[in-house]
Design a protein around this ligand. Structure first.
Ligand SMILES: NC(=O)c1ccc[n+]([C@@H]2O[C@H](COP(=O)([O-])OP(=O)(O)OC[C@H]3O[C@@H](n4cnc5c(N)ncnc54)[C@H](OP(=O)(O)O)[C@@H]3O)[C@@H](O)[C@H]2O)c1
Length: 306
């Protein structure tokens, strides 16, 4: 009944020399606020140890506009240049409305250059293909990723929302090059268990990828004080709340700790815009789970457990 995973700690991001923390901060909901508000969130995240900052070129689309989240983060970095070296800066590209996906070489090269301009940085620490474009041959994506790293535009590369076969196809085309994938970014939380069973997290274990877990509170549905929308959510809330009472913490902290318990050591990307909640997310590091707890939450979510 002991915890099979090591306690949350920093880990290497491939062979880049960079290390990443057990919790990250994400900028999907970031655009549309003032530079001061945005700066407070980034400073709070870094201060709480959430110093992997994940954004994307498309964040802001539908609201403040395509590129707006990167531009705002760029403005924060201009306001406080010391923040750049205090973070691992991750972004993504490859979604191009209204196409919607384009991983062709010209598209990804342009996306990487545009992200660097908006962020105001020479080099992006981790650049990720945001979603697979099934119309681009993986050999072409591999070639672009090799260009991105060898040109010095990015330090490391990863994928997001790739199925295991899509990941394998790209990995094969990177074999023999100086570049390897260092991360994968699936949706992972107690209401979205696909990555646990479809091989995404197993491949992360095999290849020592950092799994970045997106929407770790199910977009807020596993948040504190949130009322369940259906019986499944109610069951998951009850399972998380039982553990939270025992651990004298919150439902959201347990929800994050539950993700981190998997042996692939997923890094939940905290998405709150509120500094108090960003700070409180670090409570997840103090939650002590065992395998009975993990399976109880999975069972409450309806995961088959014969
Ligand atoms: N790769 C992809 O395709 C993909 C897709 C989606 C997201 N992402 C990444 O994942 C990150 C996080 O996603 P997300 O924003 O959906 O994360 P999330 O944490 O699942 O959801 C955030 C939402 O929950 C609310 N919330 C946060 N903490 C709460 C708490 N303790 N109690 C109650 N409500 C709470 C937030 O509201 P407040 O702001 O008011 O706290 C916000 O509306 C993104 O920023 C992005 O980096 C990646």
């Amino acid at each position: 009944m002991t915890n099979p995973t090591p306690p949350p700690a920093r880990r290497a991001l491939g062979s880049s020399g960079l290390t990443v923390p057990p919790l990250a901060y994400g900028c999907w909901r970031f655009a549309g606020s003032s530079v001061d508000e945005a700066r407070a969130r980034i400073e709070t995240a870094i201060g709480a140890g959430l110093d992997l900052i994940d954004t994307a070129d498309i964040y802001g689309f539908g609201g403040a506009g395509f590129g707006a989240a990167e531009e705002l983060l760029g403005a924060v970095l201009r306001a406080d240049p010391g923040l750049r070296d205090a973070m691992v800066l991750a972004t993504k590209g490859g979604i191009r409305p209204p196409v919607p996906y384009d991983s062709s070489a010209p598209s990804l090269r342009a996306a990487i250059d545009a992200s660097r301009r908006r962020l105001g940085v020479d080099v992006i620490d981790l650049w990720q293909v945001h979603r697979p474009d099934v119309l681009t041959h993986p050999a072409e994506v591999a070639e672009t990723l090799v260009w991105a790293v060898t040109s010095g535009a990015v330090r490391t590369v990863g994928v997001s929302n790739y199925t295991p076969p899509q990941y394998e196809a790209l990995r094969v085309h990177l074999a023999g090059t100086p570049v390897r994938l260092v991360s994968t970014q699936p949706e992972v939380h107690a209401l979205a268990l696909a990555a646990v069973d479809d091989g995404v997290l197993d491949l992360a274990v095999r290849d020592d990828l950092v799994p970045l877990a997106w929407s770790p509170l199910a977009g807020g549905r596993l948040g504190d004080g949130v009322v369940a929308a259906d019986a499944r959510e109610a069951a998951v809330h009850a399972a998380l709340d039982d553990i939270a009472a025992r651990e004298t913490t919150t439902r959201s902290a347990v929800a994050l700790a539950w993700i981190m318990f998997h042996p692939s050591r997923p890094v939940p990307i905290v998405g709150s815009n509120r500094p108090d909640r960003i700070r409180a997310a670090a409570d997840a590091l103090r939650v002590s789970l065992d395998r009975t707890d993990w399976y109880a939450v999975a069972r409450a979510a309806g995961r088959p457990q014969p």
